[in-house]
Design a protein around this ligand. Structure first.
Ligand code: PAZ
Length: 316
């Protein structure tokens, strides 16, 4: 077999694996209604405007059908939340597909000491945050920004890996159909590498008097159908997180060759707020440094991406 034939055979295998995943894991509650709402939101995109789907936060993997115990992975959601604000400032509509417990745009800028939960004492409210009336002046700027951009921001929470996957596929297909190249998919979330198949999951809670056996299966690589079948005309950016700097750029290049998308933002866990490397499908590598962290590094990442996306739209 030639290299191309090998690649095609392995692609077919990956596509099959993805389909099997959706056969195994049921759709989130009210999935069709949510996608209809997303469709309406995307449809509001003005002719000269763009829309970005940002994925943000970790994914929860249940290990019991009636879930008490689960496996989680790492991500605070700070990258996604900050990026959402900068895309909005750059004129994008933003669909923010985020883990329900992770950091949210604008909300991240309000110190927790200023937040209250009682509606009665709130001076202003967006999303789930209410600010103490006597502290309002301190965060007026953030609240005004949030209010300004709320119509362009679609917040969509998920909890489990399954919900994440279903929404990712559903929204990507809509972006492709409605906007094509004017849409970007910015996949900053941290997706679990392993999950438990429905048939390998006990129905009830595991008990601590018997050592459990948990069978993990590999999570299918959704980037392949995402960039080749669901949203082939959209500008697709994935993220690569490593802890070993010596393998980072090679892994990013390998991802581009395997999934045929537009860009990988490569970062190291310990330094992810100070430095990232953008690796493009053209082979170009751009390092972004933000040593003093005077601004969010996402401001710089989004600036480059906005430019690249503009060039991509012109070429298409
Ligand atoms: O969410 P956060 O700000 O704490 O971290 C961001 C990040 C490291 C999850 C993101 O930059 C990233 O690399 N996402 C992809 C993770 C992965 O390779 O699975």
């Amino acid at each position: 077999m030639t290299d191309t034939q090998n690649a095609n055979a392995s692609d077919q295998e990956d596509y099959r694996h993805c389909e099997e995943y959706f056969n195994d894991v049921s759709a989130p509650l009210a999935f069709d209604e949510t996608i209809s709402n997303v469709q309406l939101f995307i449809g509001k995109c003005a002719p000269n405007q763009r829309t970005v789907l940002i994925t943000s936060g970790a994914t929860m993997v249940p290990i019991e059908q009636n879930t008490v115990n689960y496996i989680d992975n790492f991500s605070t959601g700070a990258r996604g939340a900050a990026s959402a604000e900068y895309f909005l400032e750059n004129g994008y509509q933003v669909i923010f597909l985020h883990r329900n417990t992770s950091i949210k745009p604008y909300e991240r800028l309000i110190p927790s000491a200023l937040k209250v939960l009682e509606v009665g004492s709130a001076a202003c409210c967006f999303s789930t945050v209410k600010v103490k009336a006597d502290q309002f002046v301190k965060v007026r700027g953030v609240l005004e920004q949030a209010a300004k951009y709320t119509p362009s921001l679609f917040l969509l929470p998920y909890e489990s890996l399954g919900e994440y996957m279903w929404f990712l596929r559903g929204i990507s297909i809509e972006l492709q159909q409605i906007l094509g190249s004017r849409a970007m998919i910015y996949s900053a979330g941290a997706v679990a590498d392993f999950y438990v198949l429905q048939r390998d999951m006990p129905e009830h809670k595991l008990h601590s008097d018997v050592e459990p056996t948990i069978k993990l299966s590999l999570t299918p690589k959704m980037l392949l159908p995402l960039s080749n079948k669901w949203a082939p005309d959209c500008y697709v950016v994935s993220f690569k997180l490593e802890t070993d700097p010596s393998i980072l750029i090679d892994r990013a290049k390998k991802a581009l060759m395997t999934y045929h998308h537009n860009m990988v933002v490569a970062n190291i866990l310990a330094t992810r707020r100070k430095t990232v490397t953008l690796v493009e499908s053209t082979g170009k590598v751009i390092q972004i440094d933000n040593p003093n962290q005077a601004n969010d590094i996402e401001l710089l990442i989004v600036k480059v991406l906005e430019e690249r996306h503009g060039e991509y739209i012109k070429r298409s």
